[in-house]
Design a protein around this ligand. Structure first.
Ligand code: GCW
Length: 823
């Protein structure tokens, strides 16, 4: 069936579009009458959502009733209320508070489909599950399905600032705050809660972990209550990040020492004040002693002391503390080969195991460094036996292309969650550890750093929304496969067209590996500019500073020696079976080789090629595969609504261009550093390319780009002030024909230059460089490709680029590349 492409799809509805599907696939005609037995705010939401969904997808006049069954109905009921009915129905498995059971039964002589929840939230999740089945065209005949979430805590963190910006947010301004206050209109906050609830997420911390102490000011708290009002109908608990120095910063005390009774008393009163306004408040998220934040170390106290003072204040109200294990010294001495940032979390938190109160959850990033495209699993996840823990995953693509590059993270998360840390015995995957199953912990779970914003698409990209969806789904059921999740999301987002669904799902599934191939190879880390944007290439930015994201590449070799035998000893933080996997070159998997070992460039991988050749090959392959994503998408023309088709196409085209920037930066840099040529002769050789600095320049001047590897041959041209316009030209010297022409220019965020391209005085293309890439300079963040297709060229034709600078963006150009055929 072809999904009727609607013309006004902005992406705002995400996977909750409820587009008409017809009843054919579902195997039955569903009742159009929805009965609610019992009452609560969440139950009413569930009923309304079911009506909305069925109305949209199946049509037909919907009716509702409360507490009476007079005809065939879909019945929403909690388990306790069900038990009051004269029925003896028993689910096959325990529902727990948030689980649900979908089943058929006769009630008062009528055939009913029952959605039974452990509590009202379970009913809501059951409603979304049924709607999902219908949207996917799944059979809903003879349902008898019990589901319950893997862990009780499935939260998202937002890193929103009170001024309306979002740290590492790529989807516009905050939907929560503006100008130092909570936004007047919280409609989108409520819509967000609906999206979260639809995939089972039950908590949201709204502000940056680099927390503003004002959050806890007494005059601010009533504003926070408005978030809770927006979330409550969807069963999403509000929580906030707190600055650990708040007792001093806003409380007027002279100290924030967690062991000082005055401080404990301050937290108690503050928490009581919050719960008076927000009785169902979730708790606190804490980043302390990390990246310049204050923390207990100021008083010689430990993270356990800090977490517990908060936990004791929250305990009487049922609140929890998520204490982040992302604590490290960012002034490490890089000259000392034994220093290793990766060791920090375990070194600090492992000795505190058993010292945290039972309403503290230690929130641990999945890897020991920081959300890189490939990291081993954090050993701390296997290193806490008497402490609750949660794994922190990053939905916002800080180091994975910032939503401009397609990078579906479910395959990575699945690898992390399925990884067996052999914590004392075999069969202790991360998913069980964080769910508290391995060491019988009462609570624990999953945290996703989401950072949605006011952009209509929420994350700034339609396809990136699959990552929020996937986070919720793996947190609910970590045994789902990435493939199943990709299929579900695609069907809900784009419909069940027999070509669309598998094509997009396959693109999503390939995308993480593609991104990894043209950015950070073999576990070396994302070779990005770590001192600034974390976006484009910036290979040396990792080195010779205290941040500790070192890859240690030099003329001889690359990689961090983290072995027990000769390196930093990081591997020693794992349980023995995992140590054995990583300690020796013979065992260590290629994909993590450079995370654990320093090797010469000519070291031969298990894959049978040298490290240097792997670097060249993976970057060329990755850039080609990025181009193939464009072609895959184009095959869907006419099958996807025009609006989303065009938006996604433009993003994928951009990505394919930027993948070449990455490829060339890394290949040029390693070629120069290693002195070893690419056996395939590609690195450093661009036969179709004309460097801008070698063109005939009028007004334009050549300059050195920094870092050098982010421009072809290290140089580009710019049109210096006060010139109003400059030109660069050259003559075409190849056979007549139809060509594609790429102009590589720099699109900074401090001006909107114009470009015009002429062939033999005829204007063939013009554009304005008005994207908002994260840089004010011509570099690897701003380097952008303009592809001009189908250009007729004859030998001797003059190709002329005119650049019209604007403000501080001086219409910079790197090169022109001409291809004999449309690729
Ligand atoms: O990945 C890093 C980010 C910081 C962030 C920090 C953290 C909120 O670059 O922007 O700060 O992690 O997780 O605390």
């Amino acid at each position: 069936m072809l999904a009727a492409p609607s013309s006004a799809e902005t992406g705002a509805a995400a996977w909750l579009r409820y587009a008409p599907v017809g009843e054919t696939g579902s195997g039955r005609t569903l009742p159009r009458h929805v009965v609610l037995l019992g009452d609560s705010l969440v139950l009413r939401t569930a009923q309304q959502e079911l009506v909305r969904g069925l109305d949209g997808m199946l049509g037909g006049a919907m009716s509702t009733a409360t507490n009476q069954i007079k005809k065939n109905s879909i019945v929403l009921v909690t388990r306790p209320d069900l038990d009051k009915l004269p029925l003896s129905l028993h689910p096959a498995a325990a529902l727990g508070p948030e689980g649900f059971w979908l089943t058929d039964a006769k009630l008062h002589g009528h055939d009913c489909l029952l959605i039974i929840g452990g509590t009202d939230r379970g009913v809501l999740y059951g409603v979304f599950a049924l709607l999902r089945k219908i949207a996917e065209g799944a059979n809903v005949k003879n349902l008898n399905e019990v589901q319950a979430p893997a862990a009780p805590f499935r939260w998202v963190n937002q890193w929103d600032n009170l001024n309306g910006t979002i740290e590492r947010g790529y989807g516009g301004k905050s939907i929560f705050f503006e100008d130092g206050a909570v936004r007047a209109d919280l409609t989108r906050a409520a819509d967000y809660a609906r999206l979260l609830a639809s995939v089972g997420i039950n908590g949201c911390s709204v502000n940056n972990v680099n927390a503003d102490p004002r959050m806890l000011q007494s005059d601010f708290l009533p504003q926070l209550a408005r978030f809770a009002d927006a979330f409550r109908p969807w069963g999403v608990k509000l929580s906030i990040s707190v600055d650990f120095s708040s007792p001093k910063a806003v409380g007027g005390l002279s100290t924030f020492d967690p062991l000082d009774p005055k401080v404990a008393e301050w937290w108690r009163r503050k928490v009581d004040e919050i719960y008076r306004l927000i009785p169902d408040f979730g708790g606190f998220v804490v980043k302390a002693d990390s990246e310049g934040r204050s923390g207990p170390s100021s008083y010689g106290r430990s993270p356990a002391d800090a977490a517990n003072v908060l936990a004791r204040a929250l305990k009487p109200h049922g609140g929890v503390v998520f204490y982040r294990a992302f604590v490290y010294n960012h002034h490490l001495d890089w000259r000392n080969p034994k220093n290793d940032r990766a060791k920090a979390a375990y070194d600090i938190f492992h000795p505190l195991d058993g010292k945290f109160d039972d309403n503290v959850i230690v929130q641990i990033k999945y890897g020991p460094i920081d959300f890189q495209v490939r990291e081993p699993v954090s050993p701390l996840l296997g290193g806490l036996e008497k402490t609750n823990e949660a794994v922190e995953l990053q939905i916002t693509q800080e180091y994975t292309g910032q939503q401009r590059h397609l990078c579906f993270l479910a395959p990575m998360w699945k690898e992390v969650l399925d990884f067996d840390l052999h914590a004392g015995r075999d069969g202790t995957p991360v998913k069980d550890l964080v769910a508290g199953k391995t060491f019988h912990r009462p609570i624990g779970g999953f945290v996703g750093v989401a950072n949605v914003g006011s952009d209509p698409t929420w994350l700034g990209s339609i396809l990136a929304m699959a990552n929020i969806y996937a986070f919720g789904r793996v947190a609910w059921d970590p045994n789902l496969s990435a493939g199943a999740i990709a299929q579900e999301w695609t069907r809900l987002t784009f419909g069940n067209d027999r070509v669309v669904a598998p094509t997009i799902a396959a693109m999503q599934l390939a995308s993480w590996h593609i991104y990894e191939s043209y950015t950070g190879p073999l576990g070396a880390g994302t070779l990005t500019n770590i001192l600034g944007s974390h976006y484009g290439p910036g290979i040396e930015s990792s080195e010779r500073n205290g941040w500790g994201q070192w890859h240690r590449a030099d003329h001889e070799g690359i990689g961090m020696d983290r072995t027990i035998a000769t390196g930093t000893g990081f591997i020693g933080q794992y349980w023995p079976a995992v140590q054995r996997l990583y300690e020796t070159l013979a065992q260590c998997p290629d994909e993590l080789l450079l995370f654990f070992h320093h090797v010469p460039y000519d070291y031969v991988l298990h894959a049978g090629k040298t490290v240097i050749q792997y670097i060249y090959d993976s970057h060329y392959d990755g850039a080609e595969e990025a181009q193939k994503l464009v072609e895959d998408w184009k095959s869907l023309k006419g099958r996807v609504d025009e609006e989303r088709y065009a938006t996604v196409l433009a993003q994928l085209e951009y990505q394919a261009g930027h993948a070449i920037v990455w490829r060339d930066a890394i290949c040029q840099w390693f070629l120069r550093m290693s002195g070893i040529a690419d056996v395939k002769g590609r690195a450093g050789h661009y036969p179709n390319r004309v460097e801008a600095e070698s063109m005939e320049l009028s007004g334009y001047v050549s300059f050195n780009v920094t870092p050098w590897e982010t421009a072809s041959a290290g140089k580009a041209i710019e049109c210096p002030a006060p010139a109003k316009s400059c030109t660069a030209s050259f003559h075409f010297d190849r056979p007549a024909g139809r060509y594609a022409l790429d102009v590589e220019y720099f699109d900074q965020n401090n001006g909107e230059s114009k470009f015009r391209v002429y062939i033999a005085d005829r204007l063939i293309d013009e554009w304005i460089a008005n994207d908002h890439l994260p840089t004010t300079k011509p570099d690897g963040d701003s380097s952008t490709r303009r592809r001009i297709q189908g250009v007729e060229l004859r030998p001797g034709d003059e190709i002329r680029i005119e650049g019209i600078p604007d403000r501080d963006e001086r219409a910079p150009v790197d090169y022109v590349e001409i291809f004999p055929a449309v690729r």
